[in-house]
Design a protein around this ligand. Structure first.
Ligand code: CU
Length: 343
């Protein structure tokens, strides 16, 4: 009897295992954002695109600002010139073993952080090296023809120069505005545009955080969430900051599909400037809620050294990657900081 039982158990293990692994690699049918029907396990994403891979360092991105090539007009106006190249054939390993077809501005998601001072004249040389039409639509104030909506730039090297005055003061997103819009945004064609006030802001350790979601299986639900594209990155690579030093974060929510996102800071509260347009903070809080493309500036100082989490308080998002750590070093001995701000 016992022998018979173990034979039955043994058999069911043998039978159960193939079933189990079959279930793991079972192909599911998905309709992609472009209407294509593909069958995939969801583990290897979009094998149709394998042209080149993207290298992206979230720690570098965090404090990297692109001020453009600077010149002056006869009347003293500062001119800043930037070049942004769009591509749509790159693959990025967003999480170990998860490959995602990213569409990029200057090769990364997010694209470069464009920075200028209010009143500067901006010239953005846009080149579309992609296989689809793309544009750059800046949030902010500019003439209609510079809005990046009705002037689609053709694939294979199409060009357009966006020219406008930087304003208003604050933090704004820029993104592609070609239809289907959702597809062009969620694949990664977005970045941050910072307009500084003429009088500047108080010196601070400044960083940019783009909150994004990754729908790696094309079912119009995000599989991963992140601050700066790589899930869990700043948890495994904590951001080093100092006590008694002003920290300023330019935060932009680019998550699609989920109507809200949020930002919770541990062991501290921050002054919050919605859109960064006002120089006086609107809130002193440890929690802000952001809808699509909502953004703002957070400012805070840590009194106590140690390890502090920051994350979405929508727990599903933090458990799927939107979580990080500030490693606060004790700076109480020195009043002067030797930290270099920006780049
Ligand atoms: Cu596009």
């Amino acid at each position: 009897m016992i022998l018979l039982l173990s034979v039955i158990i043994g058999l069911s293990v043998i039978v159960a295992f193939p079933n189990f692994s079959e279930a793991q690699s079972e192909l599911k049918t998905f309709v992609t954002h472009s209407g294509e029907v593909i069958r995939t396990t969801g583990e290897i994403i979009d094998p149709l695109y394998t042209v080149s891979t993207v290298e992206f360092d979230p720690m570098e991105y965090l404090r990297e600002f692109n001020y453009g090539k600077v010149s002056k007009l006869a009347d003293g106006t500062t001119v800043r010139e930037y070049t942004i190249i769009a591509e749509d054939d790159k693959v990025m390993e967003v999480s170990p073993g998860v490959f995602y077809n990213v569409w990029t501005y200057n090769g990364t998601v997010p694209g470069p952080t464009i920075r200028a001072t209010e009143g500067d004249l901006l010239k953005i040389n846009f080149i579309n090296n992609g296989s689809k039409e793309h544009t750059i639509h800046f949030h902010g104030i500019h003439p209609a023809e510079m809005d990046g909506v009705f002037e689609a730039v053709g694939p294979g090297g199409g060009k357009f120069v966006y020219e406008f005055e930087a304003g208003p003061v604050g933090v704004h997103p820029y993104h592609c505005h070609v239809m289907p819009l959702e597809e062009h945004i969620i694949h990664g064609l977005y970045g941050v545009f910072i307009v500084d006030p003429k009088e500047g802001r108080e010196p601070a350790d400044e960083m940019v955080m783009v909150l994004n979601g990754l729908d790696t299986d094309f079912d119009t639900e995000n599989n991963f969430y992140a601050a700066n594209t790589i899930p869990f990155y700043y948890q495994h690579h904590p951001i080093q900051i100092n006590t008694n030093e002003l920290i300023r974060i330019y935060v932009v929510n680019m998550v699609e599909f989920d109507p809200i996102n949020n930002f919770h800071l541990h062991g501290n509260l921050y002054n919050y400037y919605p859109t960064g347009t006002d120089l006086v903070p609107s809130f002193y809080t440890d929690m802000i809620t952001l809808s699509q493309t909502e953004r703002g500036i957070m400012e805070f100082v840590y009194d106590y050294p140690g390890k502090y989490l920051f994350h979405a308080h929508k727990v599903e998002f933090s458990e799927k990657g939107w979580v990080g750590i500030f490693l606060v070093n004790d700076n109480s001995e020195s009043n002067e900081s030797d930290m270099e701000y920006g780049s």
